[in-house]
Design a protein around this ligand. Sequence first.
Ligand code: PA5
Length: 469
Amino acid sequence: MRIMLDFGGMMADAVGHRQGLTVKQINAMSGPFKAVHQDLQQRRRNGDLPFYQLPYDQGALERVSKKARRVINECKDFVVLGIGGSALGAIALFQAFAHPQHNLLPGTKRKGLPRIFFADNIDPEGFSALLNLVDLEKTVFNVISKSGGTAETMSQFLIVRDRLMRKLGKRGHRAHIIATTDPQHGHLRTIAREQGYETLSIPPGVGGRFSVLSSVGLLPAAVAGIDIAELLAGARSADRACKKANLWKNPAAMNAVLQVLVYTTKKKPISVMMAYSDTLGDVADWYRQLWAESLGKRLNVNGRVVHVGPTPVKALGVTDQHSQLQLYIEGPFDKVITFLTVGRFRKTVRIPTGFNHIDGVSYLGGHTLNDLMQAEEQATEFALTQARRIHTAIRLPEINPFTVGQLLFMLEVQTLYAAGLLEINPLDQPGVEAGKGLTYSMLGRKGFEERARMVSSKHQGISSYRIMS
Ligand code: PA5
């Protein structure tokens, strides 16, 4: 069961030469594609891109499955503490596969699985509400931080640990924390060693936004009852397609070429991903971070200032047809839309007949919500084409761990190709690090004092432009 890239809506014969691409233009990218492809394959062979190997890591699969069994047997609630790449992948998987109302179901209907929460923000109200909701004695907290020093995650950890210690004591609290972090480095690793916490490792060289198929995404997924072996099998299947040296047979490379071409030659700075499925909505959220943090860069690989990067936007079909679509169809010609579509939903819901005397309502009876969803998605594609708006689609025959494994892996590889074509490094995030450094300085972390002075003087400048209501 394979997913498909359907890019007819990107082509000039559909939307005209001004907006669309020609086969000739795509073929002209063969040279750059080949160079990027060879570079990626070489770096992969050298072990410089270890995320490529995650779908083949049987050891990690077994370790994660064992821990997940323990968690499922022993706890009622499972809370992930993490942010950015350390949370979004697991959230996307949970949303794709858990029962849509998982946490509201009674235990018996959850098949013995714990409730699962993701604390990926530090809003004091949200976080305290969550901690008041869970029963600490029956909760496992999965602290996930690749660097082991992110202020948000480590603050959450300190708060949780304090509460656990007060309730369960120094010895008792240990079983309630699993740390997922670098195998050797970072403060979280040091703390886990000191305190004797259970740990899982994120392979060195796998950055947060490329870590969904490592223990970062896999443990929460396994605790949610998701078939993680199938997820990895799907990723391996995508790997076979995404390492082909023929651009026309490699969906990750082709989508990267299309996105880069319309960004650089058709003035499309905005790249929307619109999922026609509630359960794939958070895949679009995960992708938004992957695309933004990997491609939004000031410098290119030669150190030249380029300020490059398409702006990713998340949208949800059909909901956003009543919010965003007007802009997409009639607003500026500055967007490319990527649809995520589903061939067969896991449920079919019939719309009953009724009100035969009212034509504007009775036509719905006898159809299904599935028909309606599909018709609306197709109508949106058609309307965009008519309005000469470029769009492409990634079509999943159905939502299952195998197809979603393919999708996630393909989008990761696509990001690497796009970065190669834009000549930037997708694996760093100097902007995010600078922001982290400023936060540390404002909270008095040693070694960051100089930045604190910078921040306070900047704030003064801003404060002189305020108006009270
Ligand atoms: O993708 C990334 O690298 C980032 O979004 C990180 O995941 C995020 O900043 C959290 O970092 P860490 O996992 O080190 O706590």
